[in-house]
Design a protein around this ligand. Structure first.
Ligand SMILES: Nc1ncnc2c1ncn2[C@@H]1O[C@H](COP(=O)(O)OP(=O)(O)OP(=O)(O)O)[C@@H](O)[C@H]1O
Ligand SMILES: [Mg+2]
Length: 469
């Protein structure tokens, strides 16, 4: 299919241009057009005209005569590729900007966590012969470590470059985090109220993008109330949209969504401005105050997530922005609520390698306690040599990814060349960009994200050892 140019389109029937193959099933534009005659429809559509696969915006107006017969159709197809590129670039630079602000907050949080860990460790050393108190102290140390782990994961996800990485997400946690950041950066003349349902369903999204949505909307709300002060209200809950709820105002598929709304009691948006707020570079702010890209980025992110954004505003009274994001039913790969079950044990022989001697010592202790026979090394080359000497001496290899001389990935390749099917578990850092696909391509049985909890390790080992028996 070739693209129509104005010259080739001139004088031809509209159907021949938009449905050149004579498609029988009406496209989304035609469907919308049937419902909304005499109105301008602007929508992003997957249109047959669009042979290049680039995002396209279709604007259609049908003008009818008094007898309700169409007399003319105006149609404008606008290629959004360039706009999307700009949005992506901006999204990255905004991210870098907020990292600066985040870093301060994170250092602060981290120090608090470390203070708790250090303090309770000292107490534990002191209470070493009082098992009841000792247990409580250590539980606090464990709690602190888990908080630190979460914090590190959050920073890494946020700073990750490149394309969005969609993953199952409890967005309420990100929203709460963003609100903390916001509280410290906007004046107290603005009251922040929030009503975030902790049981919001899981969505499939990129955490840093959800952060961006919240920060952009709240910053706009703050600006609208900058002079007078006011109330910024953020709420988030589950919502079910039935066919009856779908209108030209909410133009999405019926289903289950989370609804994030950001309201302010600020200056509001005049009608003529309202039509343009999502346009890139459209701003009513003074030079140097705003680039006019905030809402364009937000809109881009939301439409890629198959969500919807709508605006309600009354000049002089305030504005509410509502964001609908589709939920996913099964929280794939997400941890369920913790249930206390005894950890599965084993007796198999494990070859363990990590260049960090402390980690080797700790993992060796943990695995020995679970019943395994463990040989721990800190050098991957030596590990390979030992394995070569007698490949049948071990039942599983547990290896770190980043090691000097030979990475865990290389080690795995060499080991599998000697003994195909050897069970290998690779422990990788969050930033190392390893995924299931890569693991499968290498023939690695499983991989774990560091820091690895005893529970995750015990379960992963048992799973692999049981299925290779
Ligand atoms: N909550 C709000 N209240 C009043 N006006 C708003 C609100 N949100 C957006 N606007 C209007 O929409 C315009 C575009 O918003 P957008 O976030 O895209 O850009 P910006 O805030 O001007 O600049 P940037 O976000 O790039 O710093 C704003 O200039 C403002 O006129
Ligand atoms: Mg803005």
């Amino acid at each position: 299919m070739t693209r129509s140019t104005p010259e080739t389109a001139l004088g031809r029937h509209i159907e021949k241009i938009v449905h050149p193959q004579g498609e029988l099933v009406p496209c989304s534009v035609c469907q919308a057009q049937k419902k909304l005659r005499n109105e301008v429809i602007i929508m992003e559509a997957d249109h047959p005209y669009n042979s290049s696969g680039s995002p396209i915006e279709v604007t259609v107006t049908i003008v009818e005569n008094e007898a309700k017969q169409p007399v003319s159709i105006f149609m404008r197809l606008h290629d959004l590729t360039h706009q999307r590129e700009l949005e992506n670039q901006l999204s990255q630079s905004q991210k870098m900007e907020s990292i600066g602000t985040l870093a301060g907050g994170i250092a602060h949080d981290f120090n608090n966590i470390l203070s708790a860990i250090m303090g309770y460790t000292e107490l534990a050393l002191d209470d070493i012969d009082k098992p009841e108190i000792l247990k409580k102290d250590l539980e606090e140390v464990q709690k602190g470590s888990l908080r630190a782990k979460e914090l590190v994961q959050q920073i890494l996800t946020f700073s990750r470059k490149g394309d969005q990485e969609l993953r199952p997400l409890r967005a309420q946690l990100i929203v709460k985090e963003a609100l903390k950041l916001l509280r410290s950066s906007i004046p107290t003349t603005i009251e922040i109220k929030h009503n975030i349902d902790p049981d919001c369903e899981t969505i499939l999204a990129d955490p840093s993008q959800v952060h961006q949505i919240v920060m952009n909307l709240c910053t706009n709300a703050y600006h609208a109330m900058r002079k007078s002060g006011g109330v910024l209200e953020i709420s988030m809950q589950n919502i079910q949209l039935g066919i009856e709820d779908i209108s030209e105002k909410i133009n999405i598929e019926p289903g289950s969504y989370i609804l994030l709304s950001v309201s302010d009691s600020g200056i509001g948006i005049p009608r003529n401005v309202l039509q343009r707020i999502f346009e890139p570079y459209y701003t009513t702010k003074e030079k140097g105050e705003g680039t006019g890209l905030g809402l364009a980025v937000v809109h881009g992110i939301i439409s890629r997530l198959h969500g919807h954004i709508s605006v309600d505003s009354e000049p002089g009274k305030g504005t509410t922005i509502s964001v609908y994001l589709p939920t996913i039913s099964a929280p794939m790969g997400m941890k369920q609520e913790k249930v206390c079950v005894p950890l599965p044990k084993g007796h198999e022989r494990i070859l363990l390698v990590d260049d960090d001697a402390d980690i080797v010592q700790l993992t060796q202790k943990v695995l020995t306690k679970l019943g395994y026979k463990v040989t721990g090394l800190t050098n991957s080359l030596e590990t390979l040599l030992l394995f070569k000497q007698n490949p049948e001496e071990f039942d599983l290899i547990l290896t770190d990814m980043t090691m000097p001389n030979m990475t865990g990935e290389k080690l795995a390749q060499q080991v599998l060349a000697i003994r195909p099917g050897m069970p290998i578990v690779l422990c990788t850092g969050y930033s190392e960009d390893f995924n299931e696909e890569k693991a499968r391509a290498l023939g690695i049985a499983s991989y774990l994200m560091k820091p690895v909890s005893t529970e995750d390790l015990a379960l992963a080992l048992r799973k692999i050892l049981d299925c290779t028996k």
